[in-house]
Design a protein around this ligand. Structure first.
Ligand code: SF4
Length: 341
């Protein structure tokens, strides 16, 4: 194990990525960066890290902000539940820990939205606690090092990975070691083209020895994404558009969206569209991680104001927390809408 530790730490010392949040060990910044980077690439996430930390430079600022402002700062990143949890956890830290960031993994995982990986990243990097931070990179590296044939989602394989990751962890430099593995996974042991000849673990990697690195990690087949069929309605009255805040339980909870009808089959969706004569966007596809949104967009002018919802100008809509689909739709229909304003 000592040779793996030495190899990773010395590789990290020479090759670590210069990332904006690595200039400090402040747990608040480490936390924001980790949440931003969940399911987001570093180059896409960095501007959001800057935006969030300049709007909310401290945990007190985040906790006292309106949820709407936090969602707005998050706009464009998707997965808004992460922003809601970020806000909720900031309030928990203020209320339960007097505004002081918990230092232990066991305390951190009690906060909203902080799972085992994020808790380990914060506690090891900021507080030097020896806990392995097991993300997709580490799962991939360990499953290759040990040439594991079982699906990494299975409890048995996950246990082997967790035990091994904690066994090889450096006790003296756990934060650097965890970040070393993250960087190795991003730069060398990549999902599709691992650069084994440049890898500091080349000599001890069983998958490389067995030439099975492209077969690892083994994953269970993904569940098929659900198809949804939505017709969005752009209702316009006196230059304003009706927007509705989405309810609890919706994938867009608390975000603003055009009113829409949902159809349960492609056939019903298409036959409804056949009856309409003001179709602005023909059937299109917007893919989310677990859903395929088949949608079309209709327009209707001079609607008498409806009491529920919010009648807003285009500028006001761009300033709202909305799913990314809203600005995408508006961009596509800008020219067609212009004469109506
Ligand atoms: S030798 Fe290749 S497969 Fe093994 S850990 Fe290194 S990059 Fe990954």
């Amino acid at each position: 194990m000592a040779n793996i530790q030495r190899a990773i730490l010395s590789w990290y010392d020479q090759n670590k990525r210069e990332l904006p949040w690595r200039t400090s060990k402040n747990p608040y910044f480490i936390w924001i960066s980790e949440v931003v980077l969940q399911q987001t690439r570093v180059d896409q996430g960095a501007p959001f890290f800057y935006r969030l930390t300049s709007l909310f430079p401290s945990i007190e600022d985040l906790a006292s902000a309106d949820e709407k402002d936090v969602l707005l700062a998050w706009k464009g990143l998707g997965y808004y539940s992460r922003a809601r949890n970020l806000h909720k956890a900031a309030r928990q830290i203020m209320e339960m820990h007097d505004g002081v960031f918990p230092t232990k993994h066991t305390e951190l995982i009690k906060l909203a939205g902080i799972g085992g990986y994020t808790a380990a990243a914060i506690s090891s990097i900021s507080f030097n606690e020896p806990v392995a931070a097991i993300d997709g990179n580490v799962v991939r590296i360990v499953s290759r090092l040990l040439d594991l044939p079982g699906p990494v989602e299975s409890a048995q394989t996950a246990k082997v990975i967790k035990e091994f990751a904690n066994e090889i962890l450096s006790i003296n430099r756990p934060g650097d070691f965890n970040q070393g593995l993250m960087d190795l996974g991003s730069l060398i042991c990549t999902p599709k083209s691992p650069a084994c000849t440049e890898c500091p673990l080349m000599e001890v990697c069983l998958a490389r020895a067995n030439n099975s690195q492209h077969l690892r990690p083994v994953k269970k087949p993904k569940k098929k994404a659900v198809n949804r069929f939505l017709i969005f309605k752009i209702l316009i009255n006196q230059g304003k558009i009706l927007m509705e805040q989405q309810q609890k339980g919706s994938i867009w909870e608390n975000l603003y969206l055009f009113p829409f009808d949902e159809h349960h089959s492609e056939e019903a969706f298409l036959s409804k569209l056949d009856l309409e004569n003001k179709v602005l966007i023909d059937p299109s596809l917007h893919v989310l991680s677990h859903q395929r949104l088949n949608y079309a967009v209709l327009v209707s002018e001079n609607k008498p104001p409806i009491m529920h919802g919010n009648w807003l100008s285009l500028d006001e809509i761009y300033d709202l927390p909305t799913p990314i689909l809203v600005p995408r739709i508006l961009t596509r229909i800008e020219n067609q809408l212009a004469p109506l304003f």
